[in-house]
Design a protein around this ligand. Structure first.
Ligand SMILES: [Zn+2]
Length: 185
């Protein structure tokens, strides 16, 4: 009982410290200049993520990274990153797991701050798949709304950590959908 009480206090202290962190702080503390850029090889990239987001990366079951010249979403718009899922539908039930891969567009290496913001956003999506939450939402609300709930989590993360490319209007779009369709995490 005493141990768990102390753990609780330690947890609150850690949360308090992390609340004041920004992506810039995390990148700097990991030993990189957030305004520098440049391509990282596969091992260097994994080292970067392990240093910048050690807990989040572990929680996401350490996905691999694929670098692409260009990435587009379903509407053909360029995107910086994509979290790969392993999803199927059996009968009318969705089974959604992490695909264990994050795709990154080359432009996400523009600066290490941008790279960290992009990877952090995609890691949040992967953790929603790993935790089983994504699957729960898909079976409760359908795939489109499940995506909305995961995007809200990913943009909340970007806002909380002041990601360099945080886009408030995209965030608001998903928050509005969440409200309109009465979706709950
Ligand atoms: Zn997203």
């Amino acid at each position: 009982m005493i141990t768990s009480g102390l753990n609780h206090v330690a947890h609150m202290i850690v949360n308090k410290i992390q609340e004041n962190k920004t992506i810039r702080n995390l990148v700097e503390n990991a030993g990189y200049n957030p305004d520098d850029g440049g391509y990282l090889g596969e091992n260097e990239l994994v080292e970067f993520v392990n240093k910048v987001f050690p807990e989040l990366y572990a929680e996401a079951n350490r996905p691999a990274f694929e670098i692409h010249d260009n990435l587009v979403d379903s509407k053909g718009n360029s995107v910086m990153g994509k979290a790969v899922s392993d999803s199927k539908k059996i009968g009318d039930k969705y089974i959604i797991k992490s695909g264990g891969v994050i795709k990154l567009a080359k432009m996400s290496f523009y600066t290490y701050g941008v790279l960290a913001g992009t990877i952090g956003h995609e890691l949040v999506h992967i953790t929603d798949m790993v935790s089983g939450n994504y699957q729960v939402w898909a079976n409760k609300y359908g795939m489109t709304h499940a995506r909305t709930l995961s995007e809200v989590n990913a943009y909340n993360f970007e806002q909380k950590y002041s990601a360099p490319l945080y886009n408030p209007s995209e965030h608001q779009f998903y928050l509005n959908n969440m409200k309109e369709f009465n979706l709950k995490h």
